[in-house]
Design a protein around this ligand. Structure first.
Ligand code: NAP
Length: 283
């Protein structure tokens, strides 16, 4: 039996249309993206985010700064954006050029305008089990699981990858949904032993086809976050052969990818609601 595909596009479109309604209701939501330098991959991401934001009715500003921008200059710009009454949500595209301390920049974005949810305060609220702004990709993963009514309460989940932007937030969200979560990484011994025990596998690694069909338990649910550019095109972290074993699986492309942008826009609405006092930001 072949797994049912958990396609991201239809759900992402629904979310984006709900976001557009919210933008219409609020009248104005100001989103600014900040790109320092001209990394080609970052330019593509920024372009996609702007297209989606503009289509949803946001007032989106595409701020470009030269590659030689100093840390002080970037921090000064962020302080200005933090204060601006026109700006609800701020996104600083990573990675930043080497002369800039990324951690310092992440801390410099006002937490309630931190649309990526990378600020330590947002990461900390998630850790404490009272999520405020949660990064978009992990939210996209959870939304796909919810859409397909995957039972997480009591389920055994294995997350492969422990990055601060995907693996760790997914681990927290799954745990908060009452799954029993094992977090695996490059030092995990016998990964297959872990994955074969899992009802739900989330792969967020960046290694093409790391998860082979023989690592997936019969009828397991598999979410493939990986986006790896290869000669054969964009591929995930899971070997597509796993479709013959899993019950539900996300395609790459067209799975988690579209969800990330939709959830980012949802986060921007949340930021706008914080700024208008419709929602109380923690603390
Ligand atoms: P990352 O920061 O490079 O983290 C990769 C994680 O994978 C690390 O925790 C690493 O372990 C672990 N790892 C590496 N090799 C491994 C192995 N052989 N076995 C087990 N674990 C291994 O990557 P990321 O930013 O989380 O992104 C992961 C993937 O998701 C990438 O393909 C990226 O392009 C994709 N992504 C997709 C979206 C989307 O919208 N679909 C969004 C973000 C990222 P250590 O910690 O031990 O090094």
């Amino acid at each position: 039996m072949t797994a049912t595909l958990m396609k991201g596009k239809p759900l992402a479109e629904r979310i984006r249309s709900e976001v557009a309604d919210e933008v219409g209701r609020m009248g104005h939501i100001g989103l600014v993206t900040v790109l320092v330098g001209d990394d080609p991959a970052s330019e593509v991401y920024i372009r996609l985010k702007h297209k989606a934001a503009t289509e949803a009715g946001f007032d989106a500003t595409d701020l470009r700064l030269p590659a030689a921008t100093t840390e002080e200059e970037l921090l000064a710009k962020l302080a200005e954006l933090n204060e601006s009454p026109e700006i609800d949500a701020i996104l600083v595209q990573l990675p930043l050029p080497g002369q800039i301390d990324e951690a310092k920049v992440i801390r410099a974005v006002a937490p309630a305008k931190d649309v990526d949810g990378f600020h330590p305060l947002n990461a900390g609220e998630l850790y404490l089990g009272r999520p405020a702004i949660v990064s978009a990709t992990p939210r996209g993963v959870m939304a796909l699981l919810a859409e397909h009514k995957v039972e997480l309460d009591g389920a055994r989940a294995v997350v492969i990858g422990r990055s601060a932007i995907v693996g760790k937030p997914v681990m927290h969200l799954l745990q908060q949904a009452n799954a029993t979560v094992t977090l695996c990484h490059s030092h995990t011994k016998d990964l297959q032993r872990q994955t074969l025990d899992a009802d739900v596998i989330v792969a967020a690694v960046g290694v093409p086809a790391l998860v082979s069909p023989d690592m997936v338990r019969e009828r397991a649910v598999v979410v493939d976050v990986g986006m790896n550019r290869t000669d054969a095109g964009l591929v995930g972290d899971v070997d597509p052969g796993a479709l013959e074993v899993a019950s539900l699986m996300t395609p790459v492309p067209g799975g988690v990818g579209p969800m990330t942008i939709a959830c980012l826009l949802e986060n921007a609405v949340r930021c706008a609601r914080y700024r208008r006092g419709e929602l109380a930001y923690p603390g």
